[in-house]
Each structure stands twice: as structure tokens, then as C-alpha cells.
Design a binder for this molecule. Sequence first.
Ligand code: TEU
Length: 694
Amino acid sequence: MDNKKWFKEAIVYQIYPFSYCDLNGDGVGDIKGIISKLDYIKDLGVNAIWFSPLYDSPNYDYGYDVRDYLKISPTFGTMDDFKTLIEEIHKRGMKIIMDTVFNHTSSEHEWFKSAIKDKKSKYRKYYIFKEGIKKGDKLLPPNNWTSIFTGSAWERVEGEDVFYLHLFDKHQPDLNWECDEVREEIKHIFKFYCDLGVDGFRMDVFNLFSKVEGLPNDDAKFSKGRKYYIDGPKIHEYLHELYKDVFSKYDLLVVGESFNPHLEDKIKYVSEDSGEINMIFDFSHLNADSRFGVNYLHKKFNLVEFKKNLMDSEELYFKNGWGTLVLENHDQPRSISRFGFDLVNYHYEAATMMATSMFLGFGVPFIYQGEEIGMTNTKFKSIDEYRDPVTQFVYNSFIKKLPISLKAKIRMLNHGARDNARVPMQWDDSLYAGFSDFEPWMRLSDDLNINVKNDLRSDKSIYHYYQKLLSIKKNNKTAIYGDIKDLCPECKKVFAYKRSYNGNMFLVVSNFTNRQIEYFLPEDLKGYTYCTLLSNYVDVSVNSGKVILNPYQSIVIEPLKEYSYGAVVYRKNDNGKIEYLLEKMGLGHVSLPKGHIEANETIEECVKREIMEELSLDINLDMNFSHTITYSPKESAIKDVTFYIATIKGGEIKVDNAEVVDTMWLNYSDAIDAITFESDKEVLKDANNYLNKE
Ligand code: TEU
């Protein structure tokens, strides 16, 4: 657990390149557009960006059908643009994560074209071809497997009695991982991007790579074939080989997108001992509003189910590897719309509550573009407004035939459509939402008032709230490495959990309803005085274990520690001069006469405000509240002294300076005195006495 690697402290922002920002005016997003937004992304507080596929593709499945893995799609730019993108991301101290699609290629990939053209081609074995079954004058597919995108999983090769397997669209033929050359090609592609400077990968549907030998018929009623390819027999072997030959040679973040994985396999994929990958996406919690895991089959959001699936995963990964925290991606409808919140009255509260509940859990947050301003689902009005082929397949194969009105059919589609996540990003209220000057490749969403420009100037900015939230996620070790425990799994209205690490802890308590409610902390947590790290309301009411929560309120609270009064840290600098660092510890609200933290501010804001107010100094303040702040008093009473004030996290004492010679605890009033300007002299005297004691 303490084996620290950068991926564990990552906070990832996902970009769907088609819909982020169009700079060249063709209605489709592009790399230059993305580069123009990197400061916006950086300022949100993330430290890595994952791109849905940027490779050359005929786009039957919008990039998830790759024609050439070593070429950037001309739709988005050139390889040079991509290199600039890497450089610009790194310049800003962020990492870049590429999507990889290796379960299948595009049917227009040179390998497949050659395999189809010539039976003897060396690429024939790169794919899964099989003779059809003759039945009378008909030729049936080799088995009864169905595609995940509906219909048969087989397509007949023109002019032959042979079929090829495609677990997704027919334009996405499955690669044959049994073939050594295929795996070598894949490793080569991974290395190519590593050597360009890419820092990590997402692997699309990685747990479908290995298929059971013989590809037998499946007697399942629905979704035939799954038991023969989900977590297939050689998947762990393949992943280990990738790890050994590629992943272990670089310092990467590798996250696999899993498709309905089994429990024992999940553990193996992410366990550090297995040497496979770092994390998986496992979306079981997102099924809490749908039947049979199908987003179109809507049911009322069930919080207890959501928490159970989420917490089961987090607890599992805490023990065995690392977790991912996901509410949205390019395949999912917008979270705040699908879970049935009252967005007319509480849009800000619902969006910030959801984010707080999710991203302070155990694992790496993955934030999908637009989530940080609370983008919502779209009310598509007719079938031809949808761009995703899956929506069309689902409509034609199943929803179209239902005995319900067209309106009801569209409503069903709207609820589950992946298109909801794919409408253009909303930057401002201009004609095309600031996404493009040209008509976008797909329609815009309905509520264009939800846009970056409006959000950033609003008193209730979701983006600004995310900054505070992510600042906690990034700087508070408990939020990263801490154990996680659900405090009330059976509560139907509240989601409350505890994170703990090295004697520190904090609680996250969220109200999932649009009414004011009361929640009682468990007995063992009642006895503390809590201070607020974050809330989406100004008032935070926690009294003797009773928490009163406003509609969709989320609070993050931590106990005020006995020793959290204040600290003075002295050191000698290179010239033998005495410097001192002051740390104000665990500023508690209300109970302290000075140095109190307001309910809705973070510690860094509190320290900034207080120092500004109390000392009236110009301060160069870093956003990271765990960072040491350096400032020079305008009229220093003390000459030749460099004065630092470090803000702190919880009760954790952290001085990142090897030169520190000793620390000394003061009681609260002394510590407060110590940071008032007049008493600088006294403190220095004190420091001198202390250091010269021996
Ligand atoms: O998704 C895998 C996947 O199984 C989803 O398509 C899922 O079934 C669907 O969203 C349910 O509505 C990955 C990619 O994320 C997706 O965009 C691709 O279409 C798919 O693989 C094929 O590459």
C-alpha cells in the first residue's frame, strides 16, 4: 500500500476528441483545439489527461475502430501536432494517457484488408476466421455468439464459406491474441508511444482478448458467448507478458476497461503481485439505475445498490491493488441526469454532491469532460439526431419493435444513449457553444446555459468547487492512501463513509435527496469536535454526532485534534542563520478565537485570508495548501530572517526540508502570538534560546 507510484496519486481528465474544441473550423474537435484548453484543464487541479482514440480511423465507432495505430487521425491533426500536445501537457506538469484498442482493429486496417483479400496472407492468422456451418442451402455462422452491439458476432467473408468474429460492430474484427505476431505488433505499438513520452494507457475491453479454444456454442438465453470470452483462459498470461515486456520497463499508469469481470479475475488483474495492470474500470455501481446492466432499461436510481457495488469494489482494491473512481465517460449518460436529481432547483448542489461522494473514495478519479461544469443529458428528438451506431442498432433491433409510442421509444433511447456524453463541450453561450464556429458534427445539448463561461463567473461555480475538492484529493494523504469504510450501507438517503490513514481520518457525508434530513454518526464517531474541510453549502451542522444536511448537501469533516494548536519549526540555513517555519495546525472552526476556518473554505483559503487580514502582507500563495509559502515581510522587525508559513493538512506535520533541526510545539495562544507581527522578535529570541540550549 505504501509502495508509492505516481499513478496512485493521479487525477485524470478524459477528453473525447471529437467534441472538445474545434480550432480549424470543420465542426469536429482537434488537437490544436485541445492545446488551447490545457490551462483550463490544468487549473481544474487534475494531473493527467486521457484521450479517447486519436488514431487514424474510418470512425464507424468514432475512433474505437483503428485503421493505423501509428498514425494520428487527420481529423484531429498530425503526428507533429500530437508531439506538441505531449510537450504542452508535460510543460504544465501533467501526464498523458492514451487509449488503446487491441481487442479489434478497424476492418480497414491493412492487416485485415490483406487477410480478407488473400487466404494465404500472413495476416490471416491475425484475426479469427472460421468455416460456416452448412444447413441445407444455407450457410450459418460458426457458432451462436451475439455481438455486444446486437446481432450475430460473425460476418461472412465475401466469396468464401468463412466468417470472421467481431464482438462489436462488423467493422471491428477481433484480433487473434493466440497469434504470437499479433502480440509482438501490439507490444511494438505500446513501446512506440512510450518512447514518444506517453505516460500511461487505457486498454479498451481488455478482458475480452482471450477466447475459449474451439469457440463453442453457448446455451445462455441472452448475450450468447460471453462465458467463452469474458476473462478468457489466457487473459492473465497475456497481460503478464505485456507487463514483462513493456509496462515494467516504464513508469506507467495502465488502466484496463473491463466488461462484466468476475470477482477472482478482478483481483488478479490489479494485484501488485500478479504483475499485470494497475487498475480496472468496473462500472457495476453505474448500473444502479438500470435493469440487467442495460442503460436503456431504466429503473429508479437505487442508492443502496449504488453504494454496495461501489464500496465492494473500493474495499476489494484497497486490499489488492488500486481503484478507479468513475461517474461518467464517453459511453455513459450524464450522471446527474440519470440518477434522477432535482436539477431545476439544485443543479449546483447535485453536481458537487455527486463529485464529493465519488472522488474522495479510494482510487484514481476519472473526470469526463463537461462533468466539471455539471453538463446534463440531451433530449434527442428523432432517431437521426443520434450519431452513435450503437443507439441505431439498439433502436432497430429491439426498441423499434416495442408496442409503445415513438415518444416513449425516444425517451428510452435518451436515457441510455452514449450520445448524451458526446455532444460538443459547452464553453460559452455563442451559437455553437464556443465549441466551433462551424456547425458541429453532432447536435448540441439543450441547456446551453450550462457552460464554462457562465460557470466560472457564478457564485455557485461547479468548476471552482472541483478545484477545492481535487485540492483535497491531491494533498491529503488520507484521501489517497486511506482505508475506506461505509458508515451506513443500508441508508436510503445518505451516503457516508470514513477514510483513515496513519491516525488521521475524515468523513464524507452526503444527502442524496432534495429535502433537509438528519443523519446520526455511528457511536464511535460522535465524540469528536469536527472541523470542515469542504462543503457545498455555507452552513455545516454537526453537533454531538447529529448531522443536519440540506438538499444534496455534502460535507467533508475531520476531527479537530488535541494537538492541533500550532507549531513552530526552527532551522538553521546554509549561512548558519536561524530561520523559522511556522505551522498553524488543524484550524478548527468556531471553537478557536482566532484562526478559525469558515464552513465553506478550504484550509488554504483560510490561511490566506487570515494572514492577509491579520498580518496585512502581500503573499505569494501557492494553491497547494500543503505547500510551504514563502513571503518577505515589508517591514521586517527581524533582519536576515527568511520567514515561512506552511499550511497544513489535518493533523499531519510535514516539513519538506532536510535542514530542519528541530521542532517545538507551542500551545495555542503562543502559536497565535507567534504569527502576529509584533511578536516576531520574541519568537526569534525564543528560537535562539531554544537552539543554543545545548
Ligand atoms: O466500450 C466497451 C463496451 O462494452 C461498451 O461499448 C458498452 O457495451 C456500451 O457502452 C454499453 O452501452 C469500449 C469503448 O469504450 C466504446 O466506446 C467502444 O464502442 C467499445 O469498447 C468497442 O471498442
